[in-house]
Design a protein around this ligand. Structure first.
Ligand SMILES: Nc1nc2c(ncn2[C@@H]2O[C@H](COP(=O)(O)OP(=O)(O)OP(=O)(O)O)[C@@H](O)[C@H]2O)c(=O)[nH]1
Length: 523
């Protein structure tokens, strides 16, 4: 556990120290990903909801169509069954039976038994009416030119024939004729029996379904002739819709199917389901308008889109703020780094200034005191010698008096520069000790070495040949006192080292100046 903690701390520190650019890239990627997944998920669920609604509409129209097919087939079948009985009587008893009064009663009973029937009538081989269930006959009671009559003249089949809707010559109403051929015993054409169904009967049933504002129901012959359509339009009855989309879909896809199609009657897009009657050549289709089906979905979608827009806007604002914060943080850190750097530079220069003598550029007395204590302690630890030089300008009072105090300052600066220039080791510390007196601390140097160094300084200053009218030699010279100790071994202290050096300097002065003197080995 102990070993893991520092590693964890390191990982945490590293993650905290991620580059702002990396963090920004992460932030961008994160916000982008959130937006994308949000929009994607929403888009998917909206699309799914649309598909669900269309699927439901398909199921609804399929069920509706099934019910309409059932009703239409039952109705036509009822008419057909009525005809079978009538044709049977006439084929057995002969067509003359149709003219008898009790036959009219048979037809009326038959018509009453099947409420969908408008009338049941018998026509002879010339299309002239013989008998009918109708009580009142208005108009011409003959149908030689009707399509279904001509059909039976030319077709020997005895199955039922469903004709195209026609206007009744007697009532003027739209009717659907269902007819059967009547044969003589020798098989020749004796006439036809016709049961007519009021087209309105189908229209009423169509009206019992909820198909919304723009739905449609269509009952048509299998050749595309309209029997009746909802919304009801009498002008459409008998019209040819064989070029319409429903008829074409029916032709292309068999007995039944469903599809989204655009209607030819009104150009509306609908979900259509269509089916052929099992026993008769009639097609039923019912449809719900896509607009109606998707009306609620569109409202939901608009609401969702509005919410999405708000959420996206919030995400964008938050993302933008996040990235701005990262930028600001980066900028603040950069400013902090720069301020820190400037402060460090300033501190160093202040520190340097506080330890430097402004006139000579050498260290000052404060540096000397610190360096002496440190070097003394180091020498104690290492058992190494430590030496000190005290350098004093000869007859400097006279120099000042003769050349002026400012010239004296210049002279001291030149001596300081010479001291710095004259090679000493990196660990040596040269300072202005006070007034015209300079000091050089020489670590790991014994007295002989210190005297040698003192001599180098003395010669270097002498070589400057700075005129000094007050000196017996005519140029500026220095006297040097040198002393050394081994702090760990002898009983010396920093003070005793200074005192010994000062004493050596005194001896150098007393001995005539312009010379170097050691404390223990005077030269
Ligand atoms: N121009 C200038 N003079 C200084 C400075 N510091 C000390 N002095 C002068 O240095 C002189 C030192 O004089 P003294 O101590 O009598 O010694 P000296 O005249 O050098 O004689 P010896 O040391 O015996 O050779 C004084 O006149 C101080 O005023 C300084 O920073 N600039």
């Amino acid at each position: 556990m102990h070993g893991h903690l520092p590693r964890l701390r390191k990982v945490f520190r590293r993650s905290y120290q991620l580059r702002p650019r990396t963090i920004r890239a992460f932030a961008f990627a994160f916000v982008g990903l959130v937006i994308l997944s949000f929009v994607g998920a929403e888009g998917w669920s909206v699309w799914q909801a649309r598909e669900d609604r269309l699927d439901n509409a398909r199921l609804t129209t399929m069920n509706m169509t099934r019910a309409l097919v059932q009703q239409a087939n039952d109705t036509i079948q009822a008419a057909d069954i009525a005809l079978v009985g009538v044709v049977d009587v006439l084929e057995n008893d002969g067509m003359d039976a149709a003219a008898k009064p009790n036959f009219k009663i048979l037809l009326q009973r038959t018509a009453i038994r099947f409420p969908a029937l408008n009338s049941v009538s018998i026509y002879d081989s010339q299309g002239q009416g013989i008998a009918t269930s109708r009580t009142v006959i208005t108009g011409r009671f003959a149908i030689p030119d009707r399509e279904y009559f001509r059909y039976h003249v030319t077709h020997r089949e005895t199955t039922a024939h469903v004709g195209a809707p026609v206007r009744s010559v007697t009532s003027g109403k739209w009717i659907l004729p269902v007819s059967r051929r009547i044969n003589r015993p020798d098989g020749s054409f004796a006439g036809i029996a016709v049961a007519t169904i009021d087209v309105d009967y189908f229209a009423q049933y169509q009206n019992s379904f909820d198909i919304g504002w723009n739905g449609a129901i269509l009952l048509m012959m299998d050749n595309g002739t309209v029997i009746v359509r909802r919304p009801y339009d009498p002008a459409l009855i008998g019209a040819d819709l064989s070029k319409g989309v429903v008829y074409r879909a029916f032709l292309g896809n068999g007995e039944r199917g469903s599809a989204v199609l655009t209607g030819v009657v009104d150009g509306k897009k609908r979900m259509y389901s269509y089916q052929r009657l099992p026993d008769y050549p009639v097609i039923v289709s019912s449809a719900l308008a896509v607009d109606d089906v998707l009306a609620h979905w569109r409202e939901d979608k608009q609401r969702t889109t509005a919410i999405e827009a708000v959420v996206l806007a919030v995400l964008c604002v938050v993302g933008y703020r996040l990235i701005r914060l990262i930028d600001e943080r980066e900028q603040a850190q950069e400013e902090l780094r720069q301020a820190k750097g400037a402060l460090e530079v300033m501190n160093k220069s202040l520190e340097r200034l506080s330890l430097q003598d402004s006139l000579t550029g050498l260290g000052n007395r404060r540096l000397f005191d610190t360096a002496l204590a440190e070097e003394f302690a180091r020498a104690v630890r290492g058992g190494t010698p430590l030496a000190l030089l005290l350098i004093d300008v000869d007859y400097f009072k006279r120099y000042n008096d003769h050349y002026g105090h400012l010239a004296g300052d210049v002279c001291l600066r030149q001596i300081g520069e010479t001291l710095m220039r004259t090679g000493s080791r990196p660990g040596d510390v040269a300072v202005r000790y006070g007034g015209e007196e300079l000091a050089v601390l020489l670590p790991e140097t014994d007295e002989a070495g210190a005297i040698a160094m003192g001599e180098r300084f003395r010669i270097a200053i002498h070589s400057l040949e700075l005129l000094h009218a007050g000196s017996p030699v005519g140029i500026v010279t220095v006297s040097v006192g040198a002393s050394a100790c081994v702090p760990g071994l002898d009983s010396s202290s920093a003070e005793s080292l200074i005192q010994a050096t000062d004493k050596a300097l005194y001896v150098a002065k007393e001995s005539g100046r312009n010379q170097v003197r050691g404390a223990t080995h005077p030269t």
